[in-house]
Design a protein around this ligand. Structure first.
Ligand SMILES: O=P(O)(O)O[C@@H]1[C@@H](OP(=O)(O)O)[C@H](OP(=O)(O)O)[C@H](O)[C@H](OP(=O)(O)O)[C@H]1OP(=O)(O)O
Ligand SMILES: Nc1ncnc2c1ncn2[C@@H]1O[C@H](COP(=O)(O)OP(=O)(O)OP(=O)(O)O)[C@@H](O)[C@H]1O
Length: 497
């Protein structure tokens, strides 16, 4: 990729989140992640080109020096900052505009700085050979997988119902989504295959911004804006069938949709639990903090006990990092105020305390060596704030699971050591190689903490006000595939490994 010869025709719209827009190269396995600004700032960019460059370099440093050490290098691709010709960026912004969902257009792509983050395209891995069946990539934004400790929260409900489940009520009440998702992160992070299977079923039913599927780099399954469109599940099944064509999946020569979907989910569960290095399975913290009362999973239906997460699995590493939030926003906020007060009195301390970076080994050391007890110092408060911000990033990151069908020759190839092969559970599916990555590891700004507290209060009071009830949503997209009994009892669909 020659940066001085960039042509917008080589790039296409790939996706976007709240603060960045991503374009992918049409031939190379590369994406560019560009910053976004509020639309009202479109005439006057809120920062200079140098500041934008620093912001992206901070993202790279935070990912490679801090998050990579906590989450495991093998999952992380930090990328590099690139400087692009301004004319290329302007043309690109015009080209992508009509592909953008309307609900994201309150922000505009940064066309002023000419800076972007260049990353490998995780939805189109380079190991894929164009002649073969294209890779299937599944993106999951799992959100927070544990309940806070009762010590620090003012409302008892926060120790019973997880933040995601409560937030769903708030989002539906405020029109962000039309239907509530029944996905519960505590089920996904449980390490119990039944609960994980159940959680993924609900992600498929109501993906919102937590679940997407890409085939050969193209998004083939996601929530459309407003979440009111019926999802094209038949089309998804049509895409999935070729990957899960084997064994018991056929009745009179036809593969059942149910079996293909079950196999797909099971392969995902395997990938999420894999560590590759035979890691120890770790029991979760007390059961009380790993079960959400709002989850529709029936605890009594667990057949195989609580298995816990293998210690080198992606879910374990993300959960451990999320749990650096030991105080909850309510316990953290007074410490934030201590730091804020100190900065008002001594503004130059902002640099020494590394409030806005640099995100280097010293920063990592500060949060790792935080004393267990509060000694009243600003250093203690800063270390807890740093820990909280790192935990926020881990609560908002996404996991990308790439599933690559292996050809016979590849199966014989001993060289595929970096990928784990899903030689499937009971020889019912073809071999799928997989790789797991974590994306969106940006540092959360220090100043976002007060907003966190306000949002937390709104979510909890909305949940308490509505009593955890919502008007019944429309029929779920999976209702045509599973019978009411199966929808109620997911254990019927679970095949023990
Ligand atoms: O606060 P949350 O839990 O709603 O998370 C925000 C996300 O909302 P979600 O609930 O996942 O739909 C939100 O995602 P969406 O814009 O809703 O897709 C962002 O990821 C936001 O991060 P940032 O401010 O852009 O760095 C996220 O904000 P942070 O809290 O991580 O700053
Ligand atoms: N390296 C990558 N390879 C392929 N797709 C990517 C990559 N990075 C991001 N994407 C896609 O672009 C989307 C938006 O990227 P990302 O989540 O980083 O944006 P964001 O604005 O930081 O999100 P958020 O709303 O969480 O703040 C992702 O959901 C994913 O589908």
């Amino acid at each position: 990729m020659e940066l001085d010869k960039m042509d917008e025709n080589d790039w296409k719209y790939h996706g976007e989140g709240n603060k960045s827009l991503v374009v992918s190269h049409v031939l190379l396995s590369r994406v560019l992640r560009l910053l976004k600004y509020p639309a009202e700032d479109s005439e006057n960019p809120p920062q200079t080109a140098e500041q934008a460059f620093r912001q992206i370099q901070n993202i790279v440093d935070f990912s490679s020096n801090v998050m990579s050490s906590l989450l495991g290098e093998k999952f992380i691709h930090s990328g590099e900052v690139v400087k692009l010709p301004l004319e290329f960026v302007r043309q690109l912004s015009i080209k992508v505009q009509h592909h953008r969902p309307a609900w994201r257009c309150d922000k505009v792509m940064d066309i002023y700085s000419g800076c972007a983050l260049c990353l490998p395209n995780l939805t189109s891995p380079a190991i894929h050979q164009p002649t073969h069946t294209p890779p299937l990539c599944v993106e999951i934004k799992p959100k927070c997988g544990f309940l806070p400790s009762p010590k620090h929260v003012s409302k008892d409900i926060k120790t019973k119902v997880c933040r995601f489940c409560m937030h769903q009520h708030y989002k539906v009440a405020n029109g962000k989504w039309k239907r509530r998702s029944l996905y519960c992160p505590l089920d996904l992070f449980s390490g119990n295959r039944q609960r994980m299977h159940f959680a993924i079923r609900h992600l498929i039913e109501e993906p919102q911004n937590n679940f997407k599927i890409f085939k050969g780099g193209q998004c083939i399954y996601s929530s459309k804006e407003g979440g009111d469109d019926s999802l094209d599940l038949n089309s998804l099944l049509h895409h999935l069938r070729p990957y899960f064509l084997y064994g018991n999946n056929r009745i009179n020569g036809h593969m059942t949709s149910k079996a293909a979907l079950n196999d797909f989910i099971q392969v995902l569960v395997n990938a999420l639990l894999s560590g590759g290095d035979g890691g120890v399975v770790t029991e979760r913290q007390g059961e009380g903090r790993s079960f959400c009362e709002a989850s529709v999973f029936h605890r009594e239906r667990i057949h195989h006990g609580s298995q816990g997460l293998p210690s080198d699995s992606v879910l374990f590493r993300i959960l451990q990092t999320q749990m650096l939030d030991t105080l909850d926003i309510e316990g953290l906020y007074p410490l934030y105020r201590r730091v804020e007060q100190h900065l008002q009195d001594f503004p130059k301390e902002r640099t020494r305390l590394q409030i806005d970076g640099p995100y280097n080994e010293v920063f990592l050391g500060k949060l790792q060596k935080c004393p267990a007890e509060d000694d009243g110092s600003v250093e203690y408060a800063v270390a807890k704030v740093h820990q909280y911000r790192v935990a926020m990033t881990a609560k908002d990151c996404s996991i990308m699971v790439a599933l690559v069908p292996s050809s016979e020759e590849e199966e014989d190839d001993e060289g595929l050591s970096s990928q784990r092969r899903l030689r499937d559970f009971i020889s019912r599916t073809p071999a799928l190689s997989y790789s797991v990555s974590i994306l969106d590891l940006d540092p959360k700004p220090f100043d976002s903490i007060p907003r966190q507290l306000r949002l937390d209060q709104k979510i909890v009071s909305c949940y308490l006000r509505t009593g955890g009830t919502l008007p019944k949503g429309s029929l779920s997209p999976l209702s045509g595939i599973f019978t009411p009994a199966e929808r109620d009892d997911r254990t019927l669909l679970f095949h023990p490994v």
